[in-house]
Design a protein around this ligand. Structure first.
Ligand SMILES: N[C@@H](CCC(=O)N[C@@H](CS)C(=O)NCC(=O)O)C(=O)O
Length: 235
């Protein structure tokens, strides 16, 4: 989401789907007293969901720490001491403290996922990272911003025409790319798919219909069939 003042989060979350998830996220996980991974996030945040989804796909236990964006907890001195950007998600793994969904995906993939989710040879790694950039660039400027506009209103100062246009552009690109392949890169899912998936699958929240992108729809279904897949409200 784009950085916006706290008061703009004091909206009505649009429907009960979101309330359901507040109460159905993992609460705590410690194994024999060993400190486990902690994830700071919010249930409406697609970026927090990226990290949750990856943790689940890797079958990792973690403690979910809800940062109440609506109450401005992400701008509290305590939270800013952890992440000066004042954003979720934030991952803590022992001594490691890491903000940014894409960075968290890289960390989890390499720390716990071997070569599968993020290969280390120069070209394959670059091919995956390219989609992480797309997630933080075109996807954020398009479907993510359109969703932010419709969930949080005109106060976000988002140019909705521009966000919609960018969403349609990137969805057209994805649909073309996915017309000849099952996954964004290689013959298996990688963090490229995980990085891009949430805000594409949430596009309808931004009044972007996916029906005209059949290959994207089939890719969404494939992701939802992955072992360890977990949903998010709105998808
Ligand atoms: N580059 C960051 C952006 C994170 C982000 O924008 N998080 C939103 C929630 S989805 C947030 O915390 N917004 C509050 C703010 O920016 O003040 C990432 O990919 O994790």
């Amino acid at each position: 989401m784009t950085s916006i003042p706290n008061e703009q989060y004091s909206m009505d979350i649009p429907n009960e789907r979101y309330n359901y998830f507040i109460f159905h996220l993992p609460i705590t996980s410690t194994k024999a007293g060993i400190p486990m991974i902690k994830l700071y996030g919010h249930e409406v945040s697609g970026n927090s969901y990226k990290a949750r989804l990856m943790l689940s796909l890797l079958n990792l236990e973690y403690e979910w720490i809800r940062v109440d964006l609506m109450k401005g907890e992400h701008k509290s001195p305590e939270y800013l001491a952890k992440n000066p950007f004042g954003q979720v998600p934030l991952l803590v793994d022992g001594e490691t403290q890491l903000a940014d969904a894409q960075a968290i995906l890289v960390y989890l993939a390499r720390q716990y996922g071997g070569e599968s989710w993020l290969p280390t040879d120069a070209l394959p790694m670059a091919q995956v990272i390219r989609w992480l950039s797309t997630a933080a660039g075109e996807v954020r400027q398009g479907p993510e911003n359109a969703r932010l506009f419709y969930l949080f209103g005109a106060g976000t100062k988002i140019n909705i025409e521009r966000a919609t246009q960018k969403a349609e552009f990137i969805l057209t690109q994805f649909d073309k790319h996915l017309s000849t392949r099952n996954w964004l890169e290689f013959d298996r899912p990688t963090i490229a798919d995980v990085a891009v998936y949430p805000y594409i699958a949430l596009a309808r929240d931004g009044k972007i219909e996916l029906d005209t992108y059949p290959h994207v729809l089939r890719w969404i279904e494939r992701i939802q069939q992955l072992l360890g897949y977990i949903p998010m409200a709105g998808i």
